[in-house]
Design a protein around this ligand. Structure first.
Ligand code: ADP
Length: 261
């Protein structure tokens, strides 16, 4: 952190002249670092008091017959909002941890097929069986990296497919490898995304339709988490979408990350 950070920009002109610009970005970098530390610290400090509040609410609701009927509904709402805030803090802390580390927490071959099987079970519960979720995953292809980070990324993609698809929607999850690397595709038949939004989707808190997203219970950080997990695993995210037809989110990983058995 005590290092001086310089940014170089070299421009070559047709006539053989060239121009080199050197910028001192130390201060910019330090401020960015302070912002990240601040968010991580605040999230951490808010977690304990929130756990106490939601804990008491839960106890009250567990003994709902002792509660004045007029207070039942407000208490339920307080609990729901408390749990939304907990999800938000957890996502903020996860994002801060991902940003702070240049590499994944682990580098072991992960059985992506089993990981996806368990994510599908969770997604089925989220969907309350209102969507058909299919899974085709090659069990002989593993991915080097951190299982917990990959779980966060892949489950965000699969849960989004559920959240942004109407009842009866079809969701297809595929994992395979070829000569260009490993690929994970999550395809939905949901609401789709207009092309102009796609480049900004992985920004924190960027939402196409804020009111709709609030109803789906998202934190607005899901795709930012996906982006950072992919950076750790040398992966790229590709988003294809047609409004009213559906979207496909594909993660591409280089061959160096793939282990075949
Ligand atoms: P959120 O918690 O709001 O879902 P995300 O970062 O996961 O946050 O996604 C950002 C935004 O991208 C969402 O608010 C939604 O507008 C859009 N989005 C993400 N996945 C899909 C999808 N499968 N279909 C349509 N829109 C999507």
């Amino acid at each position: 952190n005590d290092h001086v950070r310089l940014q170089f920009q070299l421009t070559l002109y047709g006539n053989g002249e060239h121009l080199m610009l050197v910028r001192d970005v130390t201060r910019v970098y330090q401020l960015e670092q302070m912002r990240k530390d601040f968010v991580a610290n605040v999230s951490h400090e808010l977690r304990t008091p929130l756990t106490v509040i939601t804990g008491y609410l839960e106890t009250l609701l567990d003994n709902v017959e002792t509660v004045n009927p007029r207070w039942r509904r407000p208490l339920q709402q307080m609990q729901q909002q408390g749990s939304r805030m907990q999800n938000l803090l957890n996502d903020l802390l996860l994002l801060a941890r991902l940003e702070a580390a240049p590499y994944p927490a682990d580098s072991r071959p992960v059985a992506v097929d089993l990981l996806l099987l368990s994510i599908r079970t969770d997604a089925q519960a989220l969907s309350a069986d209102r969507h058909r979720i299919s899974l085709e995953a090659d069990p002989t292809v593993k991915l080097k990296g951190s299982e917990s980070e990959l779980r966060s990324a892949f489950s965000n993609l699969v849960f989004n497919a559920v959240k942004y698809s109407p009842e009866g929607g079809e969701i297809r999850i595929r994992w395979w490898a070829d000569e260009s690397g490993g690929h994970l595709a999550v395809q939905d038949s949901g609401i789709g995304i207009e092309a102009k939004h796609i480049p900004r989707l992985t920004e924190r808190f960027y939402r196409v339709d804020a009111s709709r997203s609030i109803n789906t219970g998202g934190t607005g950080l899901g795709l930012a988490i996906v982006k950072h997990v992919l950076i750790h695993h040398s992966g790229r995210l590709k988003i294809d979408s047609t409004v009213g037809k559906g979207s496909t989110f594909t993660c591409h990983f280089p061959l160096a990350q793939v282990v075949r058995s």
